[in-house]
Design a protein around this ligand. Structure first.
Ligand code: SF4
Ligand code: SF4
Length: 387
């Protein structure tokens, strides 16, 4: 499918989604969807009143307006971004692309990291809104929550609630890719969050525990959105082994407690592959086999939760986060996102340099010292070379 342009995409995808039409109430008159869309699978996002197709787009790596426009054409209406994605350029791209599209025809979520003051949090949200050229976001997540105490902290809830009270966010929630089971359980107890964006995939060692809490949260009316669903996208650094993307998505979506998924789709080829799940979320036996084989490979996905690796490290390096950065760069092919994460961790080039031998024992047998040496080189590469 190399060289797929927008016209060819629309022609071939019209055949691919033949018979597809939205069954929800989100038809976007200004987006000129293809007329032959029938039976796109949609689900309710908890008690928010929002109904979404099971496939949405995570825009952390997406810089192509053509992908967004083509997605709208086939009925994908939810675009997920964040304050810090592509140093603000992800929100800018969405703002430019969607500025003439009926605001009621799409759903935007963004994420802002918790701040020490409400003022700073709202200031950052205002920056996001300005880049998006919008008065409000449909969903505002507090970005990257990893502890139950932080989820229950009234000060954090108040920051989100203020944004909602001011009309800058229709619904509030948080994103998490660490300690997901206990974090989701805390959210159920807190009773303040409407949507949870959680990491989960077929290679996650905690998948059963996460799914258990997802079911409980869903029954309480909390909308669930799944991320990191591709488990790195590739199984090796050299990119010779690809995760079966449609199968990985279906593995998530067979669970009806999950409303939608937000895989990255950086080009029309990826969009076309992933679109298969818009009308079919049942895993075939071949797809099940592909996932079983991929699950047995070491892969690039770090559980982010074992934590023993942090205490094992003589320098207490944030090993799981560094392994996540490695996955961003070598799996999702997004070195800029990897560098953004490493920068927040204050890591220098090769922090393992003066360490005699690595004392970290990884449950996935990652050679963490080699990976840290590899990925920390990003700190000395200018962003211009990574964008
Ligand atoms: S080699 Fe690196 S990861 Fe391993 S113990 Fe030393 S500082 Fe920690
Ligand atoms: S032990 Fe390995 S898989 Fe587990 S969090 Fe640490 S680096 Fe990731």
């Amino acid at each position: 499918m190399k060289g797929l342009n927008r016209r060819n995409f629309l022609r071939t995808s019209a055949a691919g989604v033949a018979g597809i039409a939205l069954t929800n109430n989100m038809n976007a008159s200004n987006t000129a969807k293809e007329p032959n869309q029938t039976s796109i699978i949609t689900r309710k996002l908890g008690n928010t009143g929002i109904e979404l197709p099971v496939l949405s787009i995570g825009c952390g790596e997406v810089d192509s307006p053509a992908v967004i426009k083509a997605a709208l054409k086939v009925g994908i209406t939810h675009f997920d971004t964040a304050y810090r994605y592509q140093q603000g350029n992800s929100e800018k791209m969405l703002g430019k692309t969607l500025k003439d599209v009926d605001r009621d025809s799409f759903i935007i979520s963004t994420k802002v990291v918790r701040q020490d003051t409400d003022e700073k949090f709202l200031e950052m949200l205002d920056e996001s809104l300005a880049r998006l050229q919008m008065d409000y976001v449909d969903i505002l997540y507090m970005h990257g929550m990893s502890k139950a105490e932080a989820i229950k902290n009234p000060a954090n809830i108040a920051q989100l609630q203020k944004a909602k009270d001011l009309g800058k966010a229709k619904h509030i929630g948080f994103s998490t890719h660490k300690n997901e089971p206990e974090v989701i359980e805390a959210a159920i107890e807190a009773g303040a969050y409407e949507v949870i964006l959680t990491a989960i995939n077929f290679k996650h060692d905690d998948a059963d525990a996460i799914k258990k809490q997802i079911a409980l949260a869903s029954k309480k009316g909390i909308g669930i959105v799944a991320m990191k669903v591709m488990a790195g996208g590739y199984l090796d650094k050299e990119k010779t082994k690809t995760v079966n993307h449609a199968a990985a998505l279906k593995w998530i979506l067979e669970d009806e407690h999950i409303c939608t998924t937000i895989p990255s789709m950086v080009n029309l080829e990826q969009l076309q592959i992933n679109m298969a799940v818009l009308k079919d979320v049942q895993l075939s036996s071949d797809e099940k086999n592909d996932l079983a084989l991929a699950k047995n490979e070491q892969g690039l996905f770090c559980n982010d939760t074992c934590n023993t690796c942090v205490t094992d490290c003589t320098k207490n390096l944030p090993v799981p986060e560094l392994m996540r950065a490695y996955m961003y760069s070598y799996g999702y092919r997004n070195p800029l996102q990897a560098k953004e994460l490493i920068t927040t961790l204050n890591i220098e080039n090769n922090p393992c340099d003066d360490c005699g031998s690595c004392t970290v024992s990884c449950t996935k047998s990652f050679d963490v010292a080699a990976k840290i040496k590899d990925i920390s080189r990003l700190t000395i590469i200018p962003n211009d070379f990574l964008a």
